[in-house]
Design a protein around this ligand. Structure first.
Ligand SMILES: *Cc1c(COP(=O)(O)O)cnc(C)c1O
Length: 434
């Protein structure tokens, strides 16, 4: 498969090149040249297939030309060592629980897949090869990537995160690991972290001295596997006899997750329409309403993994719909909720149904409550476990929340990080000294 850059100024890349480079040389995002539809037979039988079987068919459509079949199957099966059940919250609303992986957020899927695929490519290059993964995080990416790559030979990971803007639990998940993982605590915002990472990829001297790659959702190896669970969600709804008029709602920050779902639709997945749920960082909603895209600095909210003012995957959405605002609004609508509305939603849902939402999933759930039409069935992506946002959630419901054991284990570790100003020269010097 050939991967082209959304900016159109970089040479086409192979899968291995796109995965190792992360970002194209013109700062564009890599897009697969083709999106292959899956067969009618696949959709006819999907309700009887396992998550792993479904995911392999999807993976094969993207990666089958480039990776030997049994290797790809092993990567997919190892990645999906946990379930993503669609849990009924209301008669016509399901929660696709994506928090059953090692770091209790959906990013485990993409990160585990990417670590295995990159490990495969590095091993092919032979002894002594080393790749440095740079990743900016607003909370959950860092933990998923650090844990996905922990101990993988030939790979060093640098996690850049904004000081005092992630929760203690999130922070512990990437600052306590040691081994090949280094946490860099930036005195700035998530956007500063993202800008530092982008500058690093553009710096000629740094790239000559060391091989750098990104594990942000811009990397095709993290981004495309997120399509797997949209198909599996559909399979579960079909099994329950609820698949005729499916609406999917995705709590969105950098828009990688929803874009993977849109790719799924392009492959034939019968999802009628999508809703992008935002917190107060709603440049995408504004784009839907006005046709104008005005990126701006992010504002802090209680759904902090969606505090993004310039969503990187917006470029992929434009590419997918050939820049047509009309085509985009025909398939995607949007909502935006402030912190107070998010709190109310968590409380109301818990009191009325007993289902505990995290602040991100709460945006998704509320959007379906407000926007579903008669006869539609909706599922929202419950992108993280509520215990990851313990203070917020406990304060809202006025009760203690049980913390899963694998999360408690992280809490017992000791934090280690390198403090840094949001200044590229400092980052460069630090990386070159390693
Ligand atoms: C990363 C994240 C999001 C946003 O996902 P994008 O792919 O960046 O849109 C939403 N919720 C949680 C819990 C996250 O960690």
């Amino acid at each position: 498969m050939i991967y082209y850059s959304t900016n159109g100024q970089a040479p086409d890349a192979t899968l291995a090149e796109a995965v190792v480079k992360g970002l194209a040389s013109d700062k564009g995002l890599f897009m697969p040249e083709k999106i292959k539809p899956l067969s009618q037979e696949f959709f006819d039988n999907i309700q009887d297939m396992t998550f792993q079987e479904i995911a392999f068919e999807v993976a094969n459509a993207f990666f089958g030309e480039d990776i030997e079949c049994e290797t790809l199957r092993k990567i997919v099966y190892d990645t999906l060592s946990f379930d993503t059940p669609a849990v009924k919250v209301e008669d016509n609303i399901y929660s696709l629980e994506l928090f059953h992986g090692p770091t209790l957020a959906f990013k485990d899927v993409g990160a585990r897949f990417m670590a295995r695929l990159l490990g495969h490519f590095i091993a092919q290059e032979g002894e002594g090869r080393e790749v440095n993964v740079l990743v900016a995080t607003s909370g959950d990416t860092g933990s998923a990537v650090a844990n996905g790559f922990l101990g993988v030979p030939g790979i060093k990971v640098y996690v850049l995160y904004p000081h005092a803007k992630v929760t203690e639990i999130q922070e512990k998940q990437f600052t306590t690991l040691g081994q090949n993982i280094t946490a860099i605590e930036v005195e700035g915002t998530f956007d500063d972290c993202q800008a530092l990472v982008k500058s690093a990829f553009m710096d000629k001297e740094l790239n000559e001295a060391m091989k750098l790659t990104s594990a942000n959702s811009i990397n095709v190896a993290r981004f495309l596997p997120q399509a797997f669970y949209y198909f599996y969600a559909y399979a579960q709804l079909k099994k329950a006899g609820k698949a005729d008029n499916v609406v999917c709602c995705v709590p969105s920050g950098n828009f990688g997750n929803i874009t993977a779902g849109l790719f799924g639709k392009r492959m034939g997945l019968p999802i009628k329409r999508f809703i992008a749920a935002n917190n107060r960082n709603d440049v995408f909603l504004e784009y839907l309403n006005t046709g104008k895209y005005n990126p701006r600095p992010s504002v802090a909210t209680i759904a902090n993994a969606m505090d993004v003012g310039d969503p990187s995957n917006f470029a992929r959405i434009l590419a997918l719909y050939e820049n047509s605002h009309q085509a985009i609004t025909a398939e995607i609508s949007g909502v935006s909720y402030n912190d107070e509305e998010i709190r109310q939603t968590i409380k109301e849902a818990y009191t009325r149904t007993g289902y505990l939402l995290d602040p991100h999933g709460a945006c998704g759930y509320r959007a379906l409550c407000e926007k579903l039409s008669e006869g539609e069935v909706g599922f929202f992506l419950e992108t993280a476990h509520p215990a990851k946002f313990l203070n917020t959630v406990e304060e809202v419901i006025g009760e203690q929340v049980a913390i899963p054991e694998r999360l408690q284990a992280f809490m017992r570790g000791t934090k280690e990080s390198v403090m840094m100003k949001p200044n590229f020269a400092d980052l460069k010097e630090f990386l070159l000294s390693r």
